[in-house]
Design a protein around this ligand. Structure first.
Ligand code: ADP
Ligand code: ASP
Ligand code: MG
Length: 446
């Protein structure tokens, strides 16, 4: 029987009770010799910050030389409580805790490197707890140390990737291990041994990397909703579950805001043709969403929509340069130079509009672009993406989408459709986003 990967997100490991439920789920899958990936402890009560967020706040204070002891105490308390309620001893994480203290003292390095080492302790602590509970329940288990992970990444701190040639190293040396391996998600290392993280929500990517390296039969993403919904359940509470979707559809939805899956998860799974199954750790008996390598056109033409708020729109105009060969290359080089991803692009003869979702280097980018073009940047925009395999070669879909938005009185600013024809992406003002999504959902999906 083939093996499986089971990844448990933050809310699935947020309390002792949740951890015990997860252990039951793992034990029930015993025959499949699951490889377990865990996130850092998440939110258990309203208003509380997840451990990864708490680590970030603490790292920023510590690096700036400000007092951070209360933050450290809060993180310790949260873990102490869980460990105590599980009937375990602090000893199971004390070596990792000491390493966190040492990391906090080592501030003579760039903040991005410091932050990633501090970040890594969320998962390094939770994976130790999970392995100890499995052992306690009679299942031999072992936590994988960050030095043994073999997740060798580039140097893109906070958003690192494993280059294609280094994927075989993942958990190399642990293939014959009989015990259940508990892998800390989210974490990697540069070839010279500095700790990196894979992007917020990146434990899903760890699961895919482990799954691809071991050639598993399924990658299970256990979270707090039963599968991917056809719209964000926080906006549309009764949004239906998608039973099956293709890798391409999942990639579009994940990239444009369906937070339930990290977009980087798709590529390793797709390359090795491993289905990804999104399941609910709060209701393990319910079916989830299976993402697989099959274009399923039947059913609705528009299957789902996703949205990303707080996006920045950049408009670039240059009557002098546009049309000149190499102009777009020159323009995109500026974004690449400042490590800023461009998500959506629309061009006309005289202007290029594009979106970026972080403003870290926006001032520098605008300044450099202004050397050869007129540039304006607008904030508070939402990108909405409408997705469905059935949209390929189906006439009238855009008509329906935009007439619905027109009737709802939503002004659409920028429209883009990739050659795959499985998505239509456009932009609206943040203030119109909810209205636009609801109108589209009820007119085109439900
Ligand atoms: P985890 O901690 O398990 O990784 P996440 O918070 O990353 O969980 O993802 C789960 C959340 O994703 C859900 O609680 C839901 O609010 C949100 N979400 C956004 N879009 C969707 C969607 N289309 N389908 C399901 N969940 C979605
Ligand atoms: N703990 C990390 C985060 O909160 C990674 C993850 O949960 O997947 O972003
Ligand atoms: Mg997640």
């Amino acid at each position: 029987m083939g093996r499986i990967v089971m990844k448990f997100g933050g809310t699935s490991v947020a309390t002792a009770e949740r951890i015990l439920s997860v252990v039951e789920i793992i034990l029930a899958a015993g025959e499949k010799r699951p490889l377990v990936v865990v996130s850092a402890v998440g939110v258990s009560e309203k208003g509380e910050a997840k451990i990864t967020d708490q680590l970030e706040t603490m790292a920023s204070l510590a690096h700036a030389g400000k007092p951070y002891q209360p933050n450290l105490d809060a993180i310790r308390l949260k873990h102490e409580k869980i460990i105590k309620e599980l009937g375990l001893d602090w000893d199971i994480i004390s070596p990792a805790w000491d390493k966190l203290l040492a990391a906090l003292d080592n501030r003579e390095r760039p903040y991005c490197e410091f932050l990633d080492e501090v970040f890594s302790f969320g998962e390094r602590l939770s994976s130790r707890i999970m392995a100890a509970v499995l052992e306690k329940k009679g299942r031999p288990a072992r936590c994988v140390d960050v030095d043994e992970l073999g997740i060798v990444t580039d140097e893109d701190f906070q958003d690192a990737n494993v280059p294609a040639g280094l994927e075989d190293k993942v958990l190399d040396g642990l293939r014959e291990e009989e015990r259940t391996l508990v892998v800390p998600g989210f974490v990697g290392k540069t070839p010279d041994g500095r700790i990196t993280t894979l992007g917020r929500g990146g434990s899903d990517y760890t699961a895919a990397l482990v799954g691809a390296a071991f050639g598993v039969e399924e990658i299970q993403i256990w979270t707090d909703v039963s599968g991917m919904r056809c719209a964000d359940p926080r906006l549309i509470q009764d949004a239906e579950r998608l039973e099956y979707i293709s890798f391409d559809e999942a990639k579009e939805l994940a990239s444009f805001g369906a937070r339930v899956l990290h977009p980087k998860t798709i590529e390793p799974a797709m390359r090795k043709d491993i289905p990804v199954n999104i399941l609910n750790s709060f209701a393990p008996e319910l079916p989830g969403t299976i993402i697989r390598n099959e274009r399923i056109k039947h059913g609705k033409v528009i299957k789902a929509l996703a949205s990303k708020t707080g996006v920045i729109r950049v408009d670039i105009e240059s009557t002098r340069m546009l049309g000149a060969s190499g102009y777009l290359a020159r323009l995109f080089e500026v974004f690449a130079k400042y490590d800023t991803d461009v998500d959506v692009v629309a061009t006309s003869e005289v202007s290029v509009s594009l979106t970026v979702n972080n403003s870290r280097n926006l001032d520098k980018i605008v300044e450099e672009l202004q050397e050869f073009a007129d540039v304006t940047a607008d904030r508070n925009k939402t990108v909405i993406c409408v997705v469905g395999e059935g949209m390929r070669h189906t006439p009238g879909v855009s008509g329906k989408v935009f007439s619905t938005l027109g009737t709802a009185g939503v002004n659409v600013e920028m429209i883009s459709q990739g050659s795959s024809e499985i998505n239509i992406t456009f932009m609206v003002d943040d203030k119109d986003a909810e209205r636009a999504i609801k109108a589209l959902y009820y007119a085109c999906i439900s």
